[in-house]
Design a protein around this ligand. Structure first.
Ligand code: GLN
Length: 497
């Protein structure tokens, strides 16, 4: 399998920071960069289906505004002219926000998410909204009401999910960077399966204002990018306190690019041995090779066993559906999108929800409602909260002996379309190694590192304690430099030449 991606020059095939530098210097116009990206999308998206909507008109206006700033000698921002794609659960005034659900089809939010406002202020140009599992519930993008996205490395395979459209768009070189959301792994797992970098920041580092809520105590917005540096640049732009989100931390965005060259000399790294046991041979081998690369770079690497982390999955599948059942109560046929009429309000509500939600979303609502119902609350929700605390304590112990932890991002490489759709538990297990960080509110990132089974990319996951983004990115940069260049999309395709 060879890395997907364009043949150079076009918007998505160059790192975002190179594009921004060229636009800022007036060497290329934001408008030209945009037209190249739109051309790439027009050429490839018919088969890949990364996009629910392409917002060409608004994008042209945004690109021209950037060019105007350059022409007037004003600062056009650190991401000047960089085409970006947004997961379709981020609110945008310029395009519908559907969460890949029939129930929100055609709904245009009256405001932009804070991350969207910040990207625009930094000169980035939003080109469209990307496909996802409905309401971000899934690990393959097959639960989209609009059909699945395909993995650019192999069109018969899934891109992962739920931010599969964003991951595939970056992997195919349609855009250099995209935003996703990660509740249990939805940025990192598709990044791993598509050979791109994906970052879930510390809970509260990025504003959730304008992110359609799935499980509010777990959701976090973050970047997908072809390079670690681009991911850092985007996180620096979208991160930092936002008074519109009460869970936003009262801190500025982490400074990340300045630490990327610091290396890992003397850093203590723990390899999560329990997560190597069940991973595919290719995924486990990639983590071992990554550990060796960090040792060679001067880190002190040790295997650590933290078996409690693997209980995170069961707790997550109580907590996340419970929160989802509450968050999704607002789709009632009155306030948003779809309405199916009925003789009274209750019938209208029921018919709208029956027609508007797909089977996985209905399953989660029922699981969550059951877990929260009188008489079962302590047995399920209360118990899950205790397991969540156990996971956080286990992490705290592990971080007494290590600055960062290493694990596979996903137990396997990209799987064939249809392989797991009939078995929800199999699908849920795709996030076994990513979920613990969400439960604890910690940051974690996936860095493409090696080729595994079938010549498909394998991501190595770097986990850090709350606000450990700087250490995490230092490790990410070293891993990127040591990685098999064939495992990265799309730059390894010779696009730089
Ligand atoms: N796959 C997990 C789920 O279905 C995680 C999804 C996510 O992170 N949004 O809930």
């Amino acid at each position: 399998m060879s890395a997907p991606g364009g043949q150079g020059g076009a918007g998505g095939s160059r790192p975002a920071l190179e594009v921004a530098q060229a636009v800022r210097a007036g060497e290329v116009s934001a408008r030209d960069v945009l037209e190249q990206a739109l051309e790439q999308i027009a050429g490839r998206d018919g088969e890949l289906r990364c996009f629910n909507a392409v917002t060409a008109t608004a994008a042209r206006a945004a690109a021209e505004a950037v060019d105007g700033r350059v022409a007037r000698g004003e600062d056009p921002g650190p991401l000047a002219g960089v085409p970006v794609a947004l997961k379709d659960n981020l609110c945008t005034r310029t395009a519908p926000t559907t969460c890949s659900s029939r129930i929100l089809e055609g709904w245009v939010p009256p405001y932009d998410a804070t991350v969207v406002t910040r990207l625009a202020a930094a000169g980035a140009v939003v080109v469209g909204k990307t496909n996802m599992d409905e309401f971000a519930m899934g690990s393959s993008t097959e639960h989209s009401a609009f059909g699945p996205t395909r993995n650019p490395w192999d069109l018969t395979r899934v891109p992962g999910g739920s931010s599969g459209g964003s991951a595939a768009a970056v992997a195919a070189g349609l855009v250099p960077v995209a935003l996703g959301s990660d509740t249990g792994g939805s940025i990192r797992q598709p990044a791993a399966l598509c050979g791109v970098v994906g970052v879930k920041p510390t809970y509260g580092v990025v504003s959730r204002f304008g992110l359609v809520a799935f499980a509010s105590s777990l959701d976090q917005v973050g970047p997908l990018a072809a390079t670690v540096e681009d991911a850092a640049a985007v996180l620096e732009v979208v991160g930092g306190h936002d008074e519109l989100d009460s869970t936003s931390l009262p801190l500025p965005a982490p400074r990340l690019r300045e630490v990327l060259a610091e290396g890992v000399g003397g850093m203590r790294v723990g390899v999560l041995s329990d997560m190597l046991a069940d991973a595919s041979p290719g995924c486990a081998a990639a983590v071992r090779a990554a550990a060796e690369a960090l040792t060679a770079a001067g880190a002190r690497v040790e295997e650590v066993s933290v078996p409690e982390l693997l209980h995170g999955l069961s707790a997550y599948y109580v907590v996340a559906p419970a929160e989802a059942s509450s968050n999704l109560a607002r789709y009632d046929g009155v306030r948003y999108g779809l309405r199916v009429e009925g003789e009274d309000v209750e019938t209208m509500n029921a018919r709208t929800r029956a027609a508007g939600f797909g089977p996985e979303v209905k399953r989660r609502i029922m699981l969550g409602t059951y877990a929260l119902s009188a008489g079962y609350y302590e047995a399920y929700y209360g118990r899950a909260q205790k397991v969540r605390a156990v996971v956080a304590e286990a992490f705290a112990r592990a971080y007494l002996g290590a600055e960062v932890l290493l694990a596979p991002t996903s137990p396997s490489v990209a799987f064939p379309l249809g392989e797991k759709t009939a078995d929800p538990l199999e699908m849920y297990l795709a996030d076994l190694y990513t979920i613990p960080s969400n439960l604890a509110g910690h940051p974690a990132m996936s860095v493409p590192f090696a080729l595994g089974e079938g010549g498909l990319p394998v991501g190595v996951q770097v986990l850090a304690p709350a606000l450990g983004e700087r250490e995490m990115f230092r490790v990410g940069a070293v891993l990127e430099a040591a990685a098999d260049p064939k495992a990265r999309a799309p730059l390894a395709a010779g696009a730089r030449a």
